[in-house]
Design a protein around this ligand. Sequence first.
Ligand code: KIV
Length: 267
Amino acid sequence: MLTAYDLPLARLLDEAGVDIILVGDSLGMVALGYPTTVPVTMEEMLHHTKAVRRGVSQALLVGDMPFMSFNVSREETVKNAGRFLKEAGCDAVKLEGRLGSRDWVAAVRAILEAGIPVLGHLGLTPQTAGWVGGFKVQAKTAEEAEKLLEAALELEALGCFGIVLECVPAQVAQAVSQKLRIPTIGIGAGAHCDGQVLVTQDLLSLTGSFHPPKFIRTFTRLDQIILKALREFKEAVQDGSFPSAEESYSMPEDEWKRLLSNPRSYS
Ligand code: KIV
């Protein structure tokens, strides 16, 4: 699974054979410049998800429910989840979990009861990072690991089709993956989850972050490649080598002459 927020990248991910494309609320930090994912709105998510939809023909498309879109009332929750399918063409939605919250379990149940497939998300949940003690590895104690497993089993029993495990120790993610029948998708959760997810801009080095967390592998320095091309463009414009004659349109010679012969015109 990888993230996309726009059409060009969605097309590439789909062509590369990525199984699941997630329009993550990481959109807020990666593409919109917010300091956290908390300010991201439903309208922003839908706007970007619609663009991604137009580029995806193979992968399963999952929309990430933003903060407060599933935390207010059952009615709002189901309506918002439904918008991801009806308006943006998603196949499923993802919801970040809140361990021990019955309201959150009720929200997942309500969405599933409406017939909308749900991907759970446990471990580090950035929307409520304050609630889980900040942006740090979760389930590091035996008690926390037990709570995580309980929540994962509950999500499975409710009918979620998979669970994202973010920033949990590899042993815990492996044990949870073995206990569940539904697939786990890890991010910072070791090699033994059933699948892996990254924010695409992280693996391409397009976030401008010089200190990415250790679970991110930079597969290419697209920032350097883009920077080189942009500098070359600027240089070519300045030295007059762009655009060349081949990169320009020309008028038929006789039309040009006719135009010049008109004294009120271009001559
Ligand atoms: O918002 C997001 O991109 C995510 C992934 C990192 C799983 O939730």
